[in-house]
Write a protein that binds this ligand. Structure first.
Ligand code: ADP
Length: 503
């Protein structure tokens, strides 16, 4: 009988210890994501952690021996549990278990056996219960200690990042989804002149009065919600009324369920760069304006000379003259581009719109371009019978630019597909080539001023990266949109949409 009880009790104790260790491993696995969550092993060497356990148990033993006859059993048992709790709190789970086992031995040898519990079954039950309670207390104490440490660690993390955001020289501002300002760092205070206590809780748009076009605002919101971030240049108002150009980088903050929480934006003052750019733009505007007049009269004189050489059958001179004419034409084209860019910058691009049958218009332009190329064949499909309001010269400029690009960037192919279709309230024109294509990350960049994609094979193409920039401006001024779909090495499709007018 005694042997069976002993075996059973060994199994039970083994189970208790295994249970304790498994619970510890599980907790540690969950907590292992958080760095430095348990510093006790590093802070105190093993002999101190385990030494404290022994000292505490000895103290309890002495106190219990001294107070036991006066206070009875309960308080002294509470003292054992306190020792276990303290050991586990300061030393970890292992010292906690050691304290439990030591306490159980002391309780057994010095208090249970000599006291009123005389049957071995009674001792077994009491010890088992004691061990259970001890392990439980050690586990709870240990977990609580870890929870406190994790919270402290998290608080340190938060404070650390908050202080980075606070002291960064750029303006870092966060808002909730209703545009109400939640935080405003020192960089924002010095950039805008508002102190954080003056603006927290106010609508950001009212504080900084951002200027952007309706289209830009819509695109920004869409991109922010879909991609999670947006980058661009904006103009903001300061407290003193002056305006400042900023490079803004916005990111959408989401909670654990992926629901949008708010927006954090980092704004960098780029006024100096803008001033330089303005100087460059002014120079380009002036230079191209001054170049246009002599170039136009050179072109006129070339026409006069051409007539003369044709009359005198001077073929050699005529050949040279045609070459000069070609170069002057290219120069004039460039000057016109630069003048257009200056007009776009100053918001002075003029439009004279008229009601236009889009199918006929697109077919005419495509046929004109086809006549000038010997390498490519154009296939047009689709019919909308729709009318749109167009500045024909400007729209021709857009189409010619896209069509010329589709030839220029697809020298190994020989065809270009053009399609015209209707989609709800808009017509969509698409031009598809089978050329070098454009990498995905450049799809929006190519519509920026002077942007050209570096050819991966090192091939250089003529051009200055202005055509699509001007085309975008023209299409947007017609309340339309322009975009590209393309894969590197497989060709590109350029699209533009325009609103249909009711007939
Ligand atoms: P560019 O005068 O340089 O052609 P654009 O503004 O028309 O200027 O085009 C900008 C850039 O976009 C080009 O330099 C080229 O890298 C890229 N690009 C435009 N169209 C195409 C196309 N059909 N295929 C491949 N790349 C293109």
């Amino acid at each position: 009988m005694w042997y069976k009880i002993k075996k059973f009790s060994i199994n039970i104790y083994g189970f208790i210890i295994r249970f304790g260790i498994a619970a510890k491993r599980k907790t540690e696995k969950i907590l292992s994501d958080i760095p430095n969550w348990d510093t006790r092993e590093k802070d105190h060497p093993a002999f101190i952690r385990y030494g404290v356990v022994v000292v505490l148990c000895l103290l309890v033993f002495i106190v219990k021996k001294m107070l036991g006859p006066v206070l009875g059993d309960n308080l002294p048992f509470m003292l054992f549990f306190s020792a276990i709790l303290l050991s586990s709190w300061y030393g970890g789970m292992r010292p906690g278990i050691l304290a439990t086992v030591l306490s159980a031995i002391i309780a057994n040898v010095f208090f249970l056996l000599p006291s009123h519990i005389t049957s071995s079954f009674g001792v077994f039950v009491a010890t088992t219960l004691f061990l259970f309670e001890g392990v439980l207390i050690a586990g709870i104490s240990n977990s609580m200690h870890k929870a406190v440490q994790i919270q402290e660690e998290k608080d340190r993390f938060i404070q650390y990042y908050a202080s980075i955001a606070q002291n960064i020289s750029d303006a870092v501002i966060s808002t909730n989804m209703d545009d109400k300002i939640q935080s405003w760092n020192k960089g924002a205070e010095s950039l805008y002149g508002w102190q954080s206590y003056e603006v927290i809780g106010s609508a950001l748009s009212e504080v900084v009065h951002t200027t952007y076009g309706v289209q830009q605002k819509k695109e920004m919101r869409e991109e922010l919600l879909q991609e999670g971030n947006w980058k661009g240049e904006l103009s903001h108002k300061r407290k003193n009324g002056s305006r400042v150009f900023v490079l803004t980088s916005m990111s959408l903050l989401r909670d654990e369920d992926n629901k949008p929480l708010g927006i954090v934006s980092v704004n960098r003052d780029i006024s100096d760069r803008k001033k330089l750019e303005q100087g460059k733009d002014d120079f380009i505007a002036l230079a191209s304006h001054e170049l246009k007049t002599p170039l136009t009269s050179t072109k006129l004189y070339i026409d006069v000379l051409k007539q003369r050489f044709e009359d005198t059958h001077d073929k050699k001179s005529l050949t040279y003259l045609l070459k000069i004419n070609d170069q002057v034409r290219k120069l004039l084209e460039l000057v016109n581009y630069l003048l257009d860019v200056s007009k776009v910058q100053a918001g002075k691009l003029q439009f004279t719109v008229e009601r236009t049958h889009i199918d006929t218009f697109v077919r005419e332009v495509v046929r004109d371009i086809e006549q000038l190329t010997e390498t490519h064949h154009f296939h047009i499909e689709g019919k909308t019978e729709a009318y749109v309001l167009l500045d024909k010269d400007r729209l021709r400029q857009v189409l010619v630019n896209i069509l010329n690009n589709s030839i220029k960037y697809s020298s190994q192919a020989n065809k270009v597909d053009v399609s015209i279709r209707k989609e709800n309230t808009h017509i969509i024109v698409s031009i598809r080539d089978f050329g070098i294509g454009i990498p995905k990350e450049k799809h929006t960049k190519i519509f920026e001023r002077f942007y050209q994609v570096d050819d991966s094979k090192g091939y250089t193409y003529s051009g200055i990266g202005l055509g699509l920039y001007i085309s975008k401006e023209i299409i947007e001024k017609h309340n339309g949109k322009i975009w590209v779909e393309s894969e590197e090495g497989r060709g590109s499709t350029f699209y533009f949409s325009l609103p249909i007018i009711k007939s």
